[in-house]
Design a protein around this ligand. Sequence first.
Ligand code: AMP
Length: 256
Amino acid sequence: MALVDYGSSSSSENEETEEIGPAPTILKRPALPTAVSLLGTKIPRQETQDEEEDDTDNSALHGGRIRSFKHERGNWATFVYVPAFASVEQLEDFQSEVIEKLEPHVQLQANESLHLSLSKTVVLQYHQIDEFTRSLQQALQSCTGFNSTLHMLQVYTNEERTRTFLAVQLDAAFTAKMSVLLRPVDLVMRDYRLPQFYEKPSFHVSLLWCVGDYQELLTNKLKELQQLLEDHDTLKLPVNEVHCKCGNKDFIYKLK
Ligand code: AMP
């Protein structure tokens, strides 16, 4: 059921493909971010797969360079998510529109690899990866997929309030189904004594981010931005698979 997929040729220097479950489907998907796009050009390390340590938090996917946990050799930043492939073109157009619109007020950056998180970013040791991902595979094996949509914009900050995000939320009609999918993920986190997801999860796909606490400014602009978003077609989020990104590895769990 799970396979490891490492995206595009541009990221293949540090990444490999390894099937660890029964016959996977070959997927056509947007490229996963390269190390440079994840970590930025100012980070000098060039790492090799398997010897690599990864000390970034989920913010790496937003290009953020502020660590939420201490750098230690052998730490693998790990999070579980649903990729948002289906609406990527509309969302990318919207990202550009918002960046332009808010440019005089705040410098926003577009998130890459758009996704809906099902976990916080946690740290695994290299020797835990296999067992952890197999636990996830087991926990998710009876879960069924569903179609959902995204609609309302919302502003989030990270727990330290060092970054602000503009995100589009999962339609409330699908919260119950997404919570069913979250439960096994949370149970695996608990088994590994890792932090579970938020007590009151607010499922969303982050679209734009900036450094600092701009919650108030962005909240004041929400109505205007929502109108901009309404000009786009319905934002579909088919939930057919769950991914676990662990350092440079991406494990994929197909749902029934
Ligand atoms: P993400 O796109 O999943 O990285 O989420 C962006 C930010 O939203 C993260 O830094 C989370 O800490 C933050 N966040 C704040 N409150 C919540 C919540 N209730 N549920 C999910 N994410 C949240």
